[in-house]
Design a protein. Structure first.
Length: 199
């Protein structure tokens, strides 16, 4: 009888040990999968912001630091449709004539493949309970040339809400340790770049 109790107790201990070992391996795997999934959603918004900013700059000559201005531009702005034809008076066939043949709404040009897309959502960080992206714009001096720049960003803490706090803290610490931004961002306020830090 005692032998059976000892064997059952050992079996329970072994099952618990196997479970804890499995969990110790699977916990970071599940965390990384959740981070990847949430990051994809955030990256899509950052790509949308970059696309909108580039269109805004093509019309206004600079970027904007205001989501209200950017969203109003997306809703009501128009992009010229330009036809480029060879200059008939040019015998070298290197000159062209640019002719504006019409205008199309910005939202149709940028978001036509996503019907029903809510332009207001561009400013909100997915999975964050309506926290907004940080948006900045300005000018930097690069070798005596004034260059327009913008940056949109969000911290990991904003969109990893509800995930294991210790693993989120470890992720942030690992980014800070190598002097990298502890989150996702596109553009830069110090460099003439429109790249995302995931690229």
């Amino acid at each position: 009888m005692v032998k059976n109790i000892v064997q059952i107790s050992l079996l329970i201990v072994i099952i618990l040990l196997v479970y804890f070992i499995y969990e110790s391996v699977m916990k970071p795997v599940r965390f990384n999968k959740s981070v990847d999934q949430r990051s994809k959603e955030v990256i899509q918004n950052l790509i949308d912001i970059r696309t909108a900013q580039l269109s805004y700059k093509s019309i206004h000559g600079k970027y904007t630091a205001s989501f209200d201005t950017l969203i109003a531009f997306l809703k009501t702005g128009e992009i010229p449709v330009v036809k480029i034809i060879p200059d008939p008076t040019d015998t070298t066939f290197t000159k062209t004539i640019r002719d504006t043949i019409g205008y199309i709404p910005v939202k149709d040009s940028l978001f036509r493949t996503r019907p029903g897309y809510n332009l207001e959502n561009i400013k909100y960080v997915p999975q964050s309970d309506k926290k907004k992206f940080e948006l900045n714009a300005g000018v930097v001096d690069k070798g005596g040339v004034q260059v327009n720049v913008f940056e949109a960003s969000t911290l990991y803490n904003n969109f990893l809400i509800g995930l294991d706090k210790q693993l989120v803290t470890n992720l942030i610490a690992s980014r800070e340790q190598i002097e990298k931004f502890p989150g996702l961002k596109v553009g830069s306020m110090t460099e003439a770049s429109t790249d995302g830090n995931w690229e």
